[in-house]
Design a protein around this ligand. Sequence first.
Ligand code: 5RP
Length: 274
Amino acid sequence: MDWGMKNRLSRIIRPDDGRCLMLAVDHGYFLGPTERLEVPRKTIAPLLPYADSLMLTRGVLRTSVPAESHIPIVLRVSGGTSIIGEDLSKETVTTSVEDAIKLNASCLALSIFVGSKYEHQTLANLSKLVDEGEKYGIPVLAVTAVGKEMARDARYLGLSCRIAAELGAHIVKTYYCDNFEEVAEGCPVPLIIAGGKKLPEAEALKLSYDSVHHGAVGVDMGRNIWQSDWPVAMIKAVSAIVHRDVDTKEGYGIFLKEKEKDRSGQKSSQKVVQ
Ligand code: 5RP
């Protein structure tokens, strides 16, 4: 592996513990102004100090993240569909590698839709992107997107993850499922787990714990952080689970403690304003 590729990967997966906390804020690329991500700048700013990297599109990067920021960027470069459109799987590559380099991206992210109508197109997109990324030393994160009709089980997710790795993805993002070890065993590159729909905080922390203890190197989490009423407390708790190996109970304790701190901070700033 060349130096640039290794260097960029080390900005996504921390070399000190081999783990990763990626903050996902790319949802608008097909969902539009998602709840609590309506104004991306406001959602992102308080969370930036606690994330290892940020996953987003070029439009949100340019408008909503200060260029002085040192946060490593995982640039989503696939899209071209919407939640109300014909078929979500009909994605294309939306951003050139040249633009990604101008934006100083540390990693490129693209969705594949195994088992969908446009499976072939999305797998071809991935292969071409890996070729481009290899030219410039930029790793590719394959997002194993799951259609509504697909089962999120070890057989299907294992199939999708393995195909992504075989086509050259450097990191694969998938979902946690029963028998996740089987998915991890069959995938020769690092796996990270998407949070999915908003869960109660304790459940999302359990998901984070289970993921890193059953074969994932970390999480790529969005809604379970920024749709929480206490997003900073939540990202701090997820970080403790991912990087400090605390268990779910201790992680939830961290969440409650940080939530109290935020609550008292909010009360005292309200008093100052009054
Ligand atoms: C959207 C994505 C998201 O980045 C991914 O699903 C992670 O976000 P969440 O934790 O909210 O599921 O790829 O297509």
